[in-house]
Design a protein around this ligand. Structure first.
Ligand code: ATP
Ligand code: LTN
Length: 329
């Protein structure tokens, strides 16, 4: 039996190369070795306000992006979270096993609520519990995510263990799968913060929808470090190390081979080559995304089938959970 994988992505905007390198590349690779369930987590996205029209477009664009990068609905289950109501139901149950203090310590909550102040929703506070429900509902063994989700995964494991101590073997305790390279792609304008689609400046990230000129310009303007050598050193040269990580992810070359190619050349040459490389790799993806978005019926059919398969797994699991807890009739 193959091990089960579950992961999710928020449809909050356009997917950026940090999401791609840190998470989606691993999602695609795991399809051949694992039994994969991938979800567009729209209920997570409404923890902050969304305009319904733009939001709906973002959901479809995210689905098209997943298909374009190589998520294959014949190999994996691909669906939208709100199509499977069991996620919300399990989240409620798990809420009753988690303490206020634990959620207050989540760094993503602290960061996001600091920005929103009094406008912080209860949903934002509860976000990690819905994520735990996503994972535990499917009995996932492994969860491929970027480094920023490590703390949420730790909480998920803790919740699973806690429930299991009262209801033995109810949940599989999942492991985070965090890649060795590119698990934390940093902002191009500031290598001390992670690349984020909700960053204040759009020179922070390269989105999968950027035009060739935008991509070239963003790399040209990307922050570098004080000396001139193209060399990987996370502590002393965080900006260039980040660019080398991106180069390596898009070219498939190991970092030391790239360093060799650029010996004696300056940052200018390196950033120019990086811009061209990323343009060349993203163009076919962009075309596929645009083509898929024209086929609304096909997308809908894929999602309907994915939702059905996900429900077929979730419904009996939820029934069992209700029974073990003594809920209902
Ligand atoms: P963002 O900060 O860009 O809004 P997010 O982390 O809030 O993104 P998602 O879009 O749902 O939310 O993330 C999808 C996946 O991408 C997750 O596994 C996340 O860990 C990963 N990821 C996000 N940003 C980065 C990054 N800069 N480097 C590597 N992986 C990342
Ligand atoms: N919080 C995640 C998205 C997410 C997720 C999940 C990831 C929601 N549910 C379940 C893995 C498994 C993020 O990347 N911001």
């Amino acid at each position: 039996m193959k091990k089960r994988v579950f992961s999710g992505i928020q449809p909050t905007g356009i997917v950026h190369i940090g999401n791609y390198i840190g998470a989606l590349k691993n999602w695609v690779a795991m399809q051949d070795t694992h039994d994969c369930v991938y979800c567009v987590v729209d209920l997570h996205a409404i923890t902050v306000p969304q305009d319904p029209v733009a939001f709906h477009e973002n959901i479809l664009r995210t689905v098209a992006t997943l298909l374009a990068v190589g998520i294959d609905p014949k190999k994996s289950i691909l669906f939208i979270q709100s199509d499977v109501p069991e996620h919300s139901e399990l989240a409620w149950i798990l809420n009753c096993f988690v303490y206020f203090g634990e959620l207050s310590r989540m760094t993503q909550f602290k960061d996001k609520s600091a920005v929103r102040g009094q406008g912080t929703s209860v949903g934002l506070f509860d976000y990690p519990i819905l994520m735990a429900a996503d994972i535990l509902l499917y009995g996932a063994h492994e969860v491929p995510v970027g480094e920023d989700q490590k703390q949420h995964l730790e909480l998920t494991r803790e919740v699973a263990r806690r429930v299991n101590s009262k209801f033995p073997n109810l949940f599989v305790v999942p492991d985070a799968y965090i890649g060795k390279m590119g698990a934390r792609v940093m902002g191009l304008d500031d290598p001390s913060v992670k690349m984020s689609k909700t960053a204040s400046s759009d020179s922070n990230y390269i989105s999968l929808a950027d035009t060739p000129d935008q991509i070239r310009n963003k790399f040209k303007r990307a922050v570098t470090d004080s000396d001139t050598a193209v060399r990987y050193d996370e502590d002393k040269k965080p900006a260039v190390s980040n660019l080398l990580t991106i180069y390596s992810a898009f070219s498939g070359q190991p970092v030391d081979a790239i360093e060799k190619d650029f010996t004696g050349k300056g940052y200018g040459d390196f950033k120019k080559a990086l811009g061209e490389l990323v343009v060349e790799k993203l163009q076919p993806l962009q075309k596929r995304i645009a083509d898929l978005l024209k086929e609304k019926q096909e997308l809908d059919a894929i999602l309907a089938e994915g939702a059905q398969k996900a429900r077929d797994l979730a419904a009996p699991r939820m029934k069992e959970i209700r029974r073990r807890l003594g809920l209902g009739r």
